[in-house]
Design a protein around this ligand. Sequence first.
Ligand code: 13P
Length: 307
Amino acid sequence: MNEKNSTDRLLERLSQLKRERGAIILAHNYQRPEVQDAADFVGDSLGLSRRAAATDAAVILFCGVDFMAETAAILCPDRKVLVPDIHAGCPLANMITLRELQEWKEKHPDGPVVCYVNSSAEIKAESDVCCTSANAVAVLNSLPPDREILFVPDQSLGDYAAKRSGRNVTLWPGYCPTHHRILTEHIERAKAEHPQAEVVVHPECTADVIALADHVTSTSGMLRVCSESGAGEFIIGTEIGLLHRLRKENPDKKFYPATPLADCPNMKLNTLEKMVWSLEDMQCEIDVPEPIANGARRAIERMLEIS
Ligand code: 13P
């Protein structure tokens, strides 16, 4: 059987299972093209949280990495949240433990804690408010201006949002290994090759890469900027999965990855085959223990009220 037929068969089985299970498929902007195309909704972390909170589907099949599915499970405690691959984790989220955060808070007792959504449910439950790359500046601006703010775990987003908001922010030294693979020399080389192109980067990039950008925003913000801009060419500084939607939604424009090395192996673990298996066997279910879910929900809902 050729590949096209086998993809068609998988897609057919997936829609049949979706109907039988009453399932909705949510996918992050970095997923494989065929996974994005099979989803009911594709978005950034904020959009996915909102979509999860609003769904009345009995089952959410979440194609992203673990903290995203956890967020959906926290917001929808009466729905079943499944992931196609339980090993799709986020190295950035794993760069702080609950114990480390508790010790840090003891050393900085006045600071409200803002946690990036790329964090475990335990970290969210120990924080005052959550944020995503789409609303980090608004979340910092919502806090009292005279207080030291503790930001976990992403130093790059925290630094960018601190500069934009002018707030006094102390940063946890976590980072996204995929975004930190994008270097200034990649941007400079791409600009030399495509002098007309606008540079659009994610705030998880390093400060020196951000300094070379025309636009800094979340993945869905990058989609919006590129579709609204009058420019015809763009250098894209984020995980390369975003290029699929950029090219699909803007067929007349050209998109160049800053580097093909910005490829997150965790995001790519989800496949059509695993999605079918997931709905067939109702695996792997994401279950967040209630006391932790209650604490984390408070931080996420506070964020959703702000932005
Ligand atoms: P967005 O919320 O901008 O989609 O980013 C999520 C993420 O994990 C970036 O690495």
